[in-house]
Design a protein around this ligand. Structure first.
Ligand SMILES: Cc1cc2nc3c(=O)[nH]c(=O)nc-3n(C[C@H](O)[C@H](O)[C@H](O)COP(=O)(O)O)c2cc1C
Length: 243
């Protein structure tokens, strides 16, 4: 199986998102997958112009000459596509959204009703057809409800490209990853091991087991402790900055 990750964090290799992606890909490779990790922040991706030239004049090909050509080729290469993004204003990051808008050339413009009577586009020349998709995200707040929009967004978006959503990893309390505190490294190591397990399971069985999903959704530390620590962290940094 070939897996490609598109990481939409502006922090790139220093991102909390990457801290989750790394063990995920390790687990996938242990199970025999070939993997590739792409930091979108390092790529030259212009915004979609909405000209529809890719649907009318040059089917499947965008008028903009930038890194999207190579990224679309990577998508075509992969069996499993991972969208990895921090939660920004309850949604994907701007970098990720700009990338997702540019997937338009992969669709055929004609309208078609699906089995629920709702319109969709078919993939253009099968580019994204029958692909498996995984979503990995992390956010700053401690409650899983902050992922409500993202969960729905990716369900809709992956439906629109006729793909299958096979796995989701949503990590609350994401700002714990860079911290050094007594006992925290043990907790984070245990979490990374669960993510590695999820990567292995997805390659071996095609799904993340219920047991692993349940573990992945547990808070890393108690909510009250996280909120208190976060507020003290902000106070300290604001005070230090004013010195
Ligand atoms: C512009 C911006 C918007 C954010 N919006 C949210 C949000 O809506 N909800 C939330 O819980 N965290 C939010 N955060 C916090 C990030 O999700 C959090 O810092 C995350 O760990 C960043 O991941 P990264 O290191 O992979 O970029 C936001 C951060 C930024 C910079």
């Amino acid at each position: 199986m070939k897996i490609v990750v598109f990481n939409g964090s502006p922090r790139g290799s220093r991102s909390n998102t990457h801290t989750i992606v790394t063990p995920f890909l390790e687990g996938a490779r242990e199970a025999g997958a070939e993997t590739e990790n792409i930091f979108l922040v390092d790529k030259n991706i212009h915004h979609c112009r909405g000209c529809y030239v890719c649907w009318i004049k040059t089917p499947g090909r965008c008028v903009i000459d930038d890194d999207m050509t190579g990224l679309l080729a990577k998508m075509a290469w992969a069996d499993m596509i991972v969208f990895a993004t921090p939660l920004y204003v309850d949604n994907v990051s701007g970098i990720m959204k700009q990338f997702l808008d540019r997937l338009i050339p992969t669709a055929d413009p004609h309208f078609l009703k699906d089995e629920n009577g709702e319109c969709k586009h078919l993939p253009h020349e099968g580019l994204l057809e029958a692909k498996d998709f995984v979503v990995i995200s992390n956010c700053g707040f401690p409650e899983s409800s902050h992922f409500q929009v993202l969960r729905l967004y990716f369900r809709r978006m992956i439906r629109n490209v006729c793909g299958r959503l096979v796995g989701e990893i949503y990590r609350t309390q994401g700002e714990l990853f860079p911290l050094k505190a007594p006992g925290l490294s043990t907790i984070l190591d245990a979490y990374r091991e669960q993510v590695r397990q999820a990567g292995r399971e997805l390659v071996e069985t095609g799904v993340i087991s219920e047991a692993t999903s349940t573990q992945l959704e547990q808070p890393l530390i108690p909510e009250a402790l996280y909120i208190d620590g976060a507020n003290r962290w902000w106070d300290k940094n604001i005070a230090n900055c004013r010195l």
